[in-house]
Structure formats: structure tokens, C-alpha cells
Design a protein. Sequence first.
Length: 245
Amino acid sequence: MIIGQKEIFIEEINSTNQYAKELVSNTKPFEGTAIFTDYQQQGRGQNGNVWQGTRSENLYLSVILYPRFLAIQNHYLLNKAICLSVWESIAAYFPEVQIKWPNDIYAKGEKVAGILIENNLQGSNWQSAIVGIGVNLNQRVFPEGINATSLHNLTKREIDRTAYRKLLYKKLNKNYLAIRAGQKESIDRVYTKNLLGYQEVHAFEADGKKFTAQLLGVDNQGNLCLEQEGQLKYYRHGRLRQVVG
Ligand code: BTN
């Protein structure tokens, strides 16, 4: 077991990703070191957004990895392995969940978890990756306009946060070791099968235009593959939005 063998708990912190980054630049932490907290003052989300959540109810976790075995052209495999692990851990409590490209886990049209992977590359060499994972576990109420839910709201029961965290470590270890062992296809297959809207005709928006297309998968650079008007098209994150709900 690599991930979670060494844990650091800090009651309150600005951001576990930020803390993990500082740890990597100041010391040489063991691979798999996991930092978690009860509350983040400045939790970071994707695209420079903030990640907010209540105190002592959710999971706010960052894991330090050194995925130097991954060629840069396959860098997105790490993202797939992480998304799949979070998906598997949530599906163990509530099976009707999906992975929403690029970094979210959705259930019943609402977001239950978000992932923020911050890579540190030198040239084309991977130095480290900080894997930030936020899972809404026991939060019951969300701010107006936020399309989110929690495992509690989905299952109507209190989630044991420690048991959930340990299960997540198990899934992360399994899938991280799989990509390290070169088992790309098996990770890709299960990841793709559980994508929100896989093989369905779905609504998307790119460059201000709305359209429908069939979702076929995600390549190992992270581009979403769609069949649009009989043609295969690849979209990178930032250009395309999958419309949910
Ligand atoms: C997103 O969906 O926007 C990604 C959210 C990632 C949030 C987690 S919580 C633990 C870790 N520390 C952070 O500051 N962010 C990530």
C-alpha cells in the first residue's frame, strides 16, 4: 500500500493542495502521503474556482504522487485512474453515479465530488502530482445556485468519514498500481463505461454554440471524443462543456 500509509491530519488549513505543494518543495515526502482536514479556508477548485464546504462533514484530501513512469503523452491516465477510484468509492455507497469529464463525480444530475490534480513538470519530466479530492459526505445543505449533493443526501444515512477515507485509499492504491504496471486498457475500459452520457447523444456547448453529439470516450491527453454529424471530433477541456440537467 502506497497511498494513505502516511497520513497528516490538520484540523483547519487554507488548502490541503497548497499544503501538499509546500511539503513537496520543502521536504521529500513519501509517495502516497495523504493530507486531510476538517475545514479549508481557501479550498481550491478547477479553473481557479473556490471549493467550499462545511466543517467536519466532508472529505478534503490531497495525495502526493510521483508518477514518473507515465509518459507525458499519456498523462491523462493518472486523471482516469483517480476519477475511477473516486467513482468506485462512491458507487460502493450509492451505485447510480457517473464520472463527468473532466474531473467530477455526479449522481442524479448533481455533483457529489470534485478532483483537482496539480502537476509539477520539469520540461517533459514529471516531478510530482498533487491529487486533491473533495467529496461531499455528510453536508446536508448547499448554497443557492450550487448544483451539488452529498452521499448523505443520496443514501439518507450518516457516512462514517474514516471508513470512507480508508475505502478511497484502497481504490486509489489499486488503480494507481494498475497504471504503474502498464494496465492502461483495463483502467480505460471501466472509466469509459462509467462516463456520464457514454454512447448517448448528449447536449454540449463549445465556443458559445450548443449542439448534440454522441459521447465516445476520452483520450489519454484528456480530450473528449464525440461523434458529431458523422465525424469524430476531439475537444480539450476548457473549450467544451457538457450540459447537464
Ligand atoms: C473541483 O471540482 O473544482 C475540484 C475540487 C477539488 C477540491 C479538493 S478539496 C481537497 C483539495 N484541496 C483543495 O484546495 N482542493 C482539493
